[in-house]
Write a protein that binds this ligand. Structure first.
Ligand code: MN
Length: 184
């Protein structure tokens, strides 16, 4: 009887541990493919996005054209990101991967940023130190990794972050903080 009671207690304990587990990544793939659709009349099951009936999937659901085209880098940072995620290729739904093309003007940069739903979640950046244009292709570990650009988020926040907070946090003069907030 004691053995049964011990097993019952252990089962409850394991159930409690299992229930408290929280995941902040893409859902695990449960099938070979699950073409995302916004048209719920043809759906068969749900895992992340609605899934198209597999019998209706076509090659076009897994195709994107445009990564050969350079992006326009005439902007303040001198770079352009062409994103190819589940919103461009619906067949990426539940596959946990996406790709970007990044174009850089000479001296251009992809400013410090993170990807909240990708494993490259640490702050990172790229800077073209060359005298000619550059291009990079990167694969990201999420069907829709997202991006948080640090300067935009901190200085361009709406509503704005109190300049007193930023002055102390960045150890900068109030006028510098106000200037940065006006730029972003
Ligand atoms: Mn990145």
């Amino acid at each position: 009887m004691k053995v049964f009671r011990f097993v019952a207690v252990m089962s409850s304990l394991l159930a409690a541990i299992a229930v408290s587990f929280v995941s902040a990544s893409d859902p695990s793939p449960l099938q070979d493919f699950c073409v995302g659709t916004n048209e719920p009349s043809n759906i068969v099951f749900v895992n992340g996005k609605f899934c198209k009936d597999p019998k209706l999937a076509t090659a076009d659901d897994f195709f994107f054209s445009g990564l050969t085209k350079p992006g326009n880098t005439t902007n303040r940072v001198g770079s352009n990101v062409t994103t190819v995620n589940v919103n461009q290729i619906s067949g990426l739904n539940t596959l946990g991967i996406s790709i970007v093309r990044v174009d850089y003007a000479p001296g251009g940069q992809n400013p410090p940023h993170t990807h909240p739903r990708g494993t490259e979640g640490l702050i990172h950046f790229q800077f073209n130190i060359g005298k000619i244009k550059a291009v990079a292709f990167a694969a990201l570990s999420s069907q829709n990794p997202g991006v948080i650009t640090i300067a935009n988020s901190v200085f361009g926040s709406n509503p704005p972050i109190d300049p007193h907070v930023l002055t102390k946090a960045f150890q900068l003069d109030m006028n510098v903080i106000k200037f940065l907030q006006s730029v972003f």
